[in-house]
Design a protein around this ligand. Structure first.
Ligand code: IMP
Length: 176
């Protein structure tokens, strides 16, 4: 499979993704009995995982989506990214962040800090993929689908320069 200039090979089948997603949803269903969590999906990559996960959730629950926009803030030293799209009041709510992939954990660290400022009663994380050798942050990732090696992946929502999000399976870059 060629996407742009790179070759990819099948890595995780759609069937395995769905089986793992069901497992994660079952754990969430048990852990949140009697509660009514608010799922927050991080766009764009999460759209497929969020859809399949939510179909297996049997709790009274809500879902909302956010985007992180990065821009250079000229008055400060580094990059700043803002949350866009969050309309809900998070105060007192049980939040489950839903991500497609955690790599270095930079994005998640930033997101957790931002969401914690909104005073939810709890925050947990569900990610389909974790690049386990790259991730060095001190964050508790409660629901992890697959721990994968440090190789670029596409498909099932994940892209390479905008392409590949539509693929049903997850593909890994093929080393030359
Ligand atoms: P982190 O901040 O390093 O954890 O990176 C997280 C973000 O980088 C994810 O939300 C993805 O958008 C992107 N990303 C990291 N690894 C991959 C990959 O292998 N394929 C596609 N996107 C990736």
């Amino acid at each position: 499979m060629i996407v742009h200039d790179k070759e990819f090979e099948t890595f995780i089948s759609h069937q395995s993704i769905l089986a793992k997603t069901k497992e994660l949803a079952q754990r969430i269903n048990e852990d949140y009995q009697g509660k009514s969590p608010l799922f927050i999906g991080v766009l764009n990559g999460v759209f497929m995982f969020a859809a399949d996960l939510m179909k297996e959730i049997n709790l009274p629950s809500e879902i909302s989506f956010i985007k992180l926009s990065s821009y250079e803030d000229l008055s400060s030293t580094g990059k700043v990214s803002e949350l866009i799209g969050l309309k809900e009041d998070l105060a007192g709510k049980d939040i489950i962040i839903v991500e497609d992939i955690v790599d270095t954990g930079e994005t998640m660290t930033h997101l957790l800090r931002k969401l914690a400022e909104l005073n939810p009663s709890s925050i947990e994380i569900a990610t389909l993929l974790l690049k386990v050798d790259v991730f060095k942050k001190d964050i508790d990732l409660k629901y992890v689908g697959f721990k994968i090696p440090e190789k670029f992946v596409i498909g099932y929502g994940l892209d390479y320069n905008g392409h590949g999000r539509n693929l049903k399976d997850i593909y890994q870059i093929k080393e030359q």
